[in-house]
Write a protein that binds this ligand. Structure first.
Ligand code: PLP
Length: 451
């Protein structure tokens, strides 16, 4: 720890780049950032280190991904070792042992008969892979008319054309043409009037799953391939599912032969106190997409876990023929597999999913302590996440949220997500009760200051 911090602090002194212009930053107001940059040069456990050597509390596990904490020794060592042993191996027509080992480990964590794993490199690729598998599955079974995909308003499924098409966030969609044809959306599960300041899953809203029946009545089940939802819609500002909603969605999918995909890119690997949200909610989907927490953010990796019946449907016909024409050069990259295996060991050995479950109540209570502060319109908590809606400034949506983020970084040594005027937090699962107190204390001060 001392050496990592010292190294990062030394680097901090020389780490300011001479030109910020060439890097076109993703999902960032480039001009504003480049006028007042927020640069990070190191990290360890619960903290980041800024260019001026300051240690900042990481309130959002990077981008909802460093669930085991930063630069954990066993993960760093595994990556180092693999880099010196097998830098790259193709997994088209060849393979390497760790790919199979990691697939077995992920399958063992998945519920029910979700027992085959397709690897890719990000959540966006995982989503597009799952959507393609859904279409191909119906195709190989002779149901080629099942081509429609159903997402949900306010859903976030990454930035590939498939993911954006099923996604439900207008700013992510409006500049990119017609996206995929044949996509429809369920309505969002959020209703502030009925659900505000709920800890955990709201009582109101299970009936919103019946929207799927209405989509079926409109399009006919014979044209629908799959429904994709995040069990908790996180990137839009943390919307936990109403009690009974996911069960109802499962039942309607079963009734109509529609595949149900849970996008667990954020909810996977402990965020909700379980390996997958599917386990928390007792609902077994047909596919689960994952990314982020699989390597605790250390090396890019994503994937899709599918039910046995889906995999088996492809394993027909002559054995020399490729069953699924899909894959990425870096699917199951050796460094990602090594990082994934080491990360799963950390989760298991330190019982981090259980830890998240035990901390959930303290986290939720602390979060609700912000109720009543200026501009706080709603607080939603589930697992180790929280979304806090602040009232927008008149005619300046997002400005208060951004002011809070900047104040956190520059004045309170604290990092979190601002999604418009919603503040979203999801700390590494190694967070302590004392640090939870520190996080909400800082947040309270920031919310007051941006009033
Ligand atoms: C539910 C969900 N799906 C997909 C993605 C996209 O993942 P990535 O940014 O790794 O492509 C995200 C990212 O936050 C996500 O939250």
């Amino acid at each position: 720890m001392v050496t990592v911090m010292a190294e990062a602090q030394a680097q901090a002194k020389v780490g300011i780049p001479n030109d910020l212009e060439p890097f076109w930053m993703p999902f960032t107001a480039n001009r504003a950032f480049k006028k007042r940059p927020r640069l990070i040069v190191g990290a360890k456990d619960m903290h980041y280190i800024a260019t001026d050597g300051r240690k900042l509390m990481d309130g959002s596990a990077g981008l909802w991904c460093t669930n085991a904490g930063h630069n954990r020794d066993p993960i760093v060592e595994a990556i180092r070792r693999e880099a010196g042993t097998l830098d790259y191996a193709p997994v088209f027509q060849f393979a390497h042992p760790k790919a199979f080992e990691l697939a077995s480990r992920v399958a063992a964590l998945a519920p029910g008969d979700l027992d085959h794993v397709f690897f890719c490199n990000s959540g966006s690729e995982a989503v597009d892979t799952a959507l393609k598998i859904a279409l191909a599955y119906h195709n190989v079974r002779g149901n080629g008319s099942r081509v429609r995909l159903i997402g949900r308003e306010r859903g976030y499924h990454g930035v590939g054309f498939g993911g954006v098409a099923v996604g439900g966030i207008v700013n992510n969609r409006k500049q990119f043409g017609s996206l995929l044809a044949g996509v429809d959306h369920l309505s969002s599960t959020y209703n502030r009037e009925k659900q505000a300041f709920t800890i955990g899953e709201p009582e109101w809203g299970a009936h919103l799953a019946d929207d799927l029946d209405r989509r079926v009545a409109l399009h006919d089940a014979s044209t629908i391939a799959a429904v994709i939802v995040e069990p908790v819609a996180a990137s839009t500002g943390v919307l936990p599912p109403p009690k009974g909603y996911l069960e109802r969605l499962r039942a309607i999918c079963d009734k109509h032969g529609i595949l149900l995909i849970f996008d667990e890119v954020i909810t996977g690997f402990g965020r909700l106190g379980h390996a997958f949200a599917a386990e928390r909610y007792g609902v077994v989907p047909d596919m689960i997409t994952f990314a982020k927490g699989i390597t605790s953010g250390s090396v890019p990796m994503g994937g899709v876990v599918v039910r046995k019946g889906i995999y088996d449907a492809f394993m027909k016909g002559p054995e020399h023929v490729i069953e699924l024409f899909h894959g990425y050069t870096y699917s199951a990259h050796p460094l990602a597999c090594a990082a994934g295996l080491a990360t799963l060991d950390v989760y298991r050995d330190e019982k981090l999913f259980e830890r998240a479950r035990k901390l959930e109540s303290a986290w939720g209570q602390a979060a609700m302590g912000l109720k009543g502060l200026p501009n706080v319109l709603d607080i939603r908590v589930v697992g180790l996440t929280v979304g806090i809606d602040l009232a927008s400034k008149p005619d300046a949506v997002g400005k208060r949220g951004m002011a809070a983020l900047e104040m956190g970084f520059f004045e309170h040594d604290f990092m979190f997500r601002a999604i418009g005027d919603t503040l979203a937090l999801s700390p590494p699962l190694i967070v302590t009760e004392t640090q939870i107190g520190e996080i909400f204390d800082k947040l309270g001060k920031i919310i007051r200051a941006v009033a």
